[in-house]
Structures are given as C-alpha cells and as structure tokens.
Design a protein around this ligand. Structure first.
Ligand code: BMA
Length: 340
C-alpha cells in the first residue's frame, strides 16, 4: 500500500464503520444505516440533500440544502455530536451583507463549507440574473456575512481549497449555461482577497469513460495529502432514462492544482441502493463534503442521494489513493497547466 498521509487536523470522534466482506474489493463503502437524513427532516422542509459538514468545537456542524415545501431550496444549519444524527435549525440561515444589511438570496442550493485560517466559508448556487455562485463567511455560525458573488453567471458548482496556495485563495468551479445543458468541465480560479478572482485554469473535463461522459463538477473540498490534493467529484452520464450521477476521484498537483496527476477511470460510488436510485431525482450520488482524520487516514464522504436524502460512505486515504493510482487514466487535457 502507498505511503500516503492526510495533512490536516486530527478528528478522533469522526464517524466511522469498518468495511464488511460484501464490499471487499471496493475502495469506498456505504454506512449500513444510510440514509442518515430522511424525508421531512425539519418543519417546512421536504428533503435535505447535497450538503456539507465540518468538525466544530469537538462536534460537527453543517450547512444543508433544504428543499422547502414551497419548492425553493435554501440553506439550513445543522449540528451533530457524532456526524451521523443531525439536529437542524428551523429558521434558514440569515445572511447580512458587508454593511450589515440583510441579504437573502432568491434561492440557495448545493452548499459547501470550508475552513481557511479559522474562518468558515460557505459557497452555494444562487440567482444572480441567472444561476451563479454565492459566498458567505462566518466565524461563529451565528452571524453570516455574505461576500460579493465571485463569478458571473452561469455557474452552479463551486468549492474552495482549505488553504491558500502561493498566497491566494483557490476555488474550483464549473461554468455552465442558462439551462441544464449537459456540459461542463472543472476550472480553477484564484484570488488574493476573496474579491477579485482570476488566473483561471482548466483542471479537468468530462472523459470518455461512460459514467462521466456528459459533465463533471467539483464535490467535496480537496483533501491535502502527501501525494497531492485528493478530490472527490461528481461525474454524469446520460441514459435512455435520464442522467446518472456517480462519485469519481482524482489527485491534483499540490502546488499547481490545475494539473491532474491521477484520475480514476472507474467511479468510486454509483447509485445502487434504494435511496440513491429512488427519489425526487433518481440515480444521483452527489458528494459535497468529507470529514477526515490525519491520524488514522479515515475519510467519511457525505453525499446527496436521489435529491432526497443524505448518504454517508467511508474509505481511507491509503485505500482510495491506491485505487485511484491503480486505475488512473490521465489525458493531455488533464495533465497540462490548463491555460490557453
Ligand atoms: C444538478 C444540481 C444538483 C442535483 C443534480 C441532480 O444539476 O442541480 O443539485 O443534485 O442536478 O438533479
């Protein structure tokens, strides 16, 4: 097995379940009690899915995509002692702008949550004369300061790296169009101040592997390891009965993360269980966060299932990095710096 370590915090109480024999060859296995969040989890919210969590004050906290009963998605705060059982606030997160004025987006979905230098950043998709990326920060999960939108429309999918690289914040995103036209590659942008974004680079595109042949998008915040940034992302394919969203894995260069060092030709997880195959949108597994422990190398992946539930899956940095490397296929489009 590879000598690979997670660089980051120790999270001794992270959720964990050992792999059972039925999944012996698979690098990623599901929590047996999935889904961890079922339907109607909080007043006026029909479904929670595509959500992000993080260790906080010895327990866990998260930002959750709550599909309200009026059909409009919004972001709700949740807390958990064990990372598995969650309590949600009934009131959606109230944002203020940098002048202290109330700011509520028209809608907000697919939030990610990333800690950089003791500040927690939330990014999501919101209306900006078309779907674009919303951004906010908090230090205490009581007040949430909305920052200016980093990008022009259209873009529905963004996640920050957990630390600056060469002194700049780094953001992965997936530019798109006004419809749900099935295309889209992952790009990298950087900013010295979270206001001005530039030095855009192409990271990776859809591939010829059937499970990610239509589009891809960043998932969980990249995990820093001794072999590069470990990225769990989503890959989409089309079938005669609709799209299928699977979870893929890649390793990006630690100093120049627009360079893909390894990219797994196989999916790491694809819809198989009832809560992934059956729901508001069938056949969706959509990763938005991980909790990981630098001491043991354990990784818990949080993913939206069928736009209806939250699922939890596990792996270790050694297992998953080995698997990605063993099945790696990188093309020119992946290995170049991504500037043209
Ligand atoms: C994407 C996003 C996700 C959703 C997925 C499947 O375009 O909108 O929020 O999970 O479609 O419906």
């Amino acid at each position: 097995m590879s000598e690979v370590k997670i660089i980051g915090e120790i999270v001794e109480n992270m959720p964990w379940q050992e792999k059972d024999n039925s999944v012996s060859w698979q690098p990623v296995w599901r929590y047996q009690e999935n889904p961890i969040i079922g339907r109607n989890p909080v007043k006026n919210v029909a479904r929670i899915f595509n959500s992000a969590v993080i260790p906080y004050e010895g327990a866990f906290i998260g930002v959750f995509r709550g599909e309200q009963v009026n059909g409009i998605p919004y972001i709700y705060l949740g807390r958990s002692e064990d990372g598995i059982h969650w309590n949600f606030e009934e009131e959606k997160i109230q944002f203020k702008d940098e002048n202290g004025k109330e700011f509520m987006p028209v809608y907000a979905y697919d939030p990610r949550l990333v800690k950089i230098e003791d500040i927690y950043y939330i990014m999501w998709c919101q209306d900006f004369y078309g779907a674009s990326i919303g951004m906010a920060k908090t230090e205490d999960f009581k007040t949430f300061t909305r920052l200016e939108n980093p990008f022009l429309p259209f873009n529905r999918n963004a996640v920050l790296f957990p630390r600056k690289i060469h002194g700049n914040f780094m953001l992965l995103s997936r530019p798109s169009d006004s419809g749900h036209t099935p295309f889209g590659d992952i790009f990298l942008s950087e900013s010295p101040d979270m206001v001005y974004w530039g030095k855009h680079r192409h990271v990776m595109g859809k591939s010829s592997e059937w499970w990610e042949a239509l589009k891809i998008g960043g998932g969980a915040a990249p995990i820093e390891t001794t072999q590069g940034w470990l990225l769990f992302y989503h890959g989409v394919t089309g079938t005669c009965n609709g799209y299928v969203y699977s979870i893929g894995g890649a390793i990006l260069d630690i100093d120049n993360p627009s360079i893909v060092k390894y990219r797994c030709e196989n999916f790491l997880l694809t819809p198989e269980e009832w809560y992934e195959e059956r729901g508001f949108v069938p056949n969706v597994t959509f990763p938005c966060a991980t909790i990981h422990d630098a001491k043991t190398g354990r990784i818990a992946i949080y993913y939206g299932a069928a736009d209806s539930y939250v699922g939890l899956a596990f792996t270790t940095v050694e297992l998953v990095v080995d698997y990605i490397k063993e099945h790696s296929v990188v093309r020119e489009n992946d290995t170049e710096l991504g500037i043209r």
